[in-house]
Design a protein around this ligand. Structure first.
Ligand SMILES: Nc1nc2c(ncn2[C@@H]2O[C@H](COP(=O)(O)OP(=O)(O)OP(=O)(O)O)[C@@H](O)[C@H]2O)c(=O)[nH]1
Ligand SMILES: [Mg+2]
Length: 329
């Protein structure tokens, strides 16, 4: 049996379940997920090694999760879409993911248009089939999608309930060309922990806040010092307006403490040490419109620039979350 490998880009409109699929296929949480659209802002690599099995090809699938395809109206949106285009370049296969529970919309048509122009082979994934009351609804759904494009496969899945994923994985390996192992067998993502830590904070902001706040927030890690048993992290939550800052800090700092404690627990699992986390909140009016600010959030760029991390200003509200039984405020 031969070894197949290649890059596979997950594409779809916001909220279709792309990041849930990435995590389910990799078997680890490497991308944050939320019920709110436009959760993912960067392309995220997930590496899957498929061992040799009787009658099946073995290989390595390098999956790329992408931000939801949309028409951008800000620097942040344009950056997100440029991440989509970067992911599309050089991939050998696309997984177009649609929400089986929702009608085909303009947003899906926009995704398909992008895909058609790329000329790359596509699998269409009908996701969230766990939400279909009657499984017989699947056939008409497939019949409806079939004429839209020459899809290589149409596969119903549930990323959340991990249904149809073995079949999908096998089809992916078979569709990829013979090739090398691109990443070591024990590597599951290309993201540095420093960035995953920022995302953990953002995920809890997404869960704890509503309306415009989740979209107005970005996270910058100011300090990251990994020790053998303790990792010291300082991060700033940037928002757009003072009213959002008030929400993020909460009464007596309660909200910030809640977000910090939950994020710190996630970080400890990720890093494998205790974590000392300091969180700050700052207002940066109109940051989503600032190309420079948005570029600075990109960890691929941040990595190049980490020379001496700047400390946050002392007047910003602060919460300190210490691991162990006691949380200091
Ligand atoms: N019931 C059900 N819900 C799902 C499934 N897959 C994803 N979801 C939910 O759909 C919502 C969006 O999931 P994400 O994985 O964040 O979606 P996404 O496509 O990455 O979204 P963006 O990053 O915003 O583009 C979350 O609430 C998920 O729990 C599924 O198979 N079944
Ligand atoms: Mg996502």
């Amino acid at each position: 049996m031969s070894f197949h490998s290649g890059f596979v880009c997950i594409l779809g409109r916001p909220n279709a379940g792309k990041s849930t699929l990435l995590n389910a296929l990799v078997g680890e949480k490497i991308a944050i997920i939320s019920p709110k659209p436009q959760t993912t802002r960067n392309r995220i690599l997930g590496i899957i090694n498929v061992p040799e099995k009787k009658g099946h090809e073995s290989g390595q699938v390098v999956l790329i999760d992408t931000p939801g395809v949309h028409r951008p109206d800000s620097s942040l949106g344009r950056k997100m879409m440029s991440e989509v285009h970067e992911a599309l370049q050089g991939c050998q296969l696309i997984l177009m993911i649609v929400d089986a529970k929702r009608k085909w919309t303009d947003e899906d048509a926009f995704v398909l248009d992008l895909i058609k122009r790329s000329g790359t082979p596509v699998f269409l994934l009908l996701n969230k089939i766990d939400l279909l009351a009657d499984k017989r609804d699947l056939l008409p759904l497939i019949a409806q999608f079939q004429p839209l494009h020459d899809f290589k496969e149409i596969i119903p899945i549930s990323a959340l309930k991990k249904k149809g994923l073995d079949e999908l994985l096998q089809h992916m390996v078979t569709a990829l060309p013979k090739g090398p192992r691109y990443f070591p067998e024990d590597q599951i993502t290309d993201q540095p922990l420093r960035f995953m830590v920022a995302e953990a904070i953002r995920e809890h902001v997404l869960f704890q806040t509503r309306e415009e706040v989740p979209h107005a927030v970005s996270i910058m890690v100011d300090q990251y010092e990994e020790g053998e048993r303790l990792t010291r992290i300082a991060a700033t939550i940037y928002c757009d307006r003072p009213s959002q800052k008030a929400i993020l800090v909460g009464k007596g700092g309660q909200m910030l403490k809640k977000i910090g404690t939950a994020a710190r627990m996630d970080m400890e699992k990720m890093i494998g040490t205790r974590v000392f986390l300091e969180l700050f909140v700052k207002v940066q009016p109109g940051w989503r419109e600032s190309r420079q600010f948005v570029e600075d959030l990109d960890w691929r760029r941040q990595l190049e620039q980490i020379a001496g991390p700047a400390r946050p200003e002392s007047d910003s509200p602060k919460v300190t979350v210490m691991s162990g039984r006691k949380a200091k405020g």
